[in-house]
Design a protein around this ligand. Structure first.
Ligand SMILES: C[S@@+](CC[C@H](N)C(=O)[O-])C[C@H]1O[C@@H](n2cnc3c(N)ncnc32)[C@H](O)[C@@H]1O
Ligand code: SF4
Ligand code: SF4
Length: 328
């Protein structure tokens, strides 16, 4: 094992029903009992991963701010790392909540805001309200500017099929130039296991060039690199995922199919590491032996079929030739 981002799913519910979201958590699903990950449970699990934690990110198939114990979870996470992030739809981030999350140790806020135009945003994010989310973002920026300049603020946008270089440029100007968020991240829409905007890297490069020509220097070179940071490469994602029930997986993709390594609440890390499914995964990615059979948990992964995988792998031209990448 090596140090990774730990992605933690704090609950199984969400307050929105975004048109593109395939998470199994929406209020309308109605077939799941509400579950909250508790701080003492997180402490048990993170203590098992202690020494391998680069940073902790709260997100998953849910809206993290709906867990009333989120501040306690953040507090626990800070025992293990200095870097604690939250990915949120931003609608529940009242000034009081922002203050208490910062006081407990959140250092990075990524707000998923899919468009800078109110009507389009509201059409995508059902039950949300652009104006309210924008007010919350403005408050966050104010806090950063006036009281705490170590807070990192990101807006994250899904790139849809009808987005153009011009609409993306307007988005960058709206949030990055005019509001002064620290970073913008983009990721193309994923739909039923495949990436929709196939030529996204080409568009993204054109967008970056076009911005540079306007003297706006912004590095868009990573595929959804928010807020993952690690010295090592694990496929495109670089993380450990812990679901609200304690299921432990190599990424967020397995929370839905149940294809994971085990449960960190009831099993020891040593027991999990002894499992074949874990060993094959780690030897494949750690030894960078891209010429053999893919590990079971990654077999159907859409990332491995996409050009982003080769792009992110960045390990020389020959590496990863065994993967059957889709054409752009
Ligand atoms: C599942 S959400 C959970 C966190 C929170 N509810 C939110 O919306 O930020 C995590 C991220 O997945 C993104 N997302 C949701 N559906 C997606 C899709 N079909 N393709 C790509 N990204 C998606 C969201 O925009 C968000 O940034
Ligand atoms: S807010 Fe997040 S989890 Fe909820 S429906 Fe939207 S994208 Fe999915
Ligand atoms: S399933 Fe895909 S995203 Fe998950 S660890 Fe494997 S290659 Fe990475």
């Amino acid at each position: 094992m090596f140090n990774s981002t730990v992605l933690v799913e704090p609950t199984n519910i969400c307050n929105l029903k975004c048109v593109m979201c395939e998470a199994r958590c929406t209020v309308e699903a109605g077939n799941e009992k509400v579950q909250y990950l508790m701080p003492d449970q997180l402490d048990i699990m993170l203590s098992k991963l202690n020494g391998y934690i680069s940073n902790v990110v709260f997100q998953g198939d849910c809206e993290p701010t709906l867990n009333p114990y989120l501040e306690g979870l953040v507090d626990v996470a800070r025992k293990y790392t200095e870097q604690v992030a939250i990915v949120t739809n931003g609608i529940m981030l009242t000034p009081e909540r922002i203050d208490s999350l910062i006081a407990n140790g959140v250092t990075w806020f990524a707000l998923s805001i899919d468009d800078h135009r109110e009507q389009i945003y509201n059409g995508i994010r059902k039950y949300s309200d652009f104006k309210k989310v924008e007010q919350n973002l403005d408050y966050l920026i104010k806090v950063r500017n006036e009281r705490n300049n170590s807070i990192f603020i990101v807006t994250h946008k899904i790139v849809f099929e009808n987005d153009t270089i011009d609409s993306l440029k307007e988005y960058v100007k709206y949030f990055y130039i005019d509001k002064d968020v620290n970073k913008i991240t983009f990721a193309p829409l994923v739909c039923e296991g495949s990436i929709k905007k196939k030529n996204w890297i080409i568009i993204r490069n054109k967008l970056e060039n076009s911005l540079i020509q306007e003297n706006i220097h912004i590095n868009l070179s990573d595929f959804a690199n928010y807020p993952y940071a690690t010295l090592h490469k694990y496929c495109g994602t670089n993380l450990f995922f812990i679901s609200h029930e304690g299921n432990f997986a190599p990424c967020g993709l397995h929370t839905r199919d149940g294809n994971n390594f085990g449960n960190l609440l009831v099993e020891s890390l040593e027991d999990i590491k002894e499992k074949d499914v874990f060993k094959e995964y780690h030897s494949f990615w750690k030894n960078r032996k891209y010429d053999c059979k893919k590990p079971r948990v990654c077999e159907n992964c859409y990332l491995l079929r996409s050009p982003y995988f080769k792009y992110c792998l960045n390990e020389g031209y020959e590496a990863g030739k065994c993967f059957d990448l889709e054409k752009v």
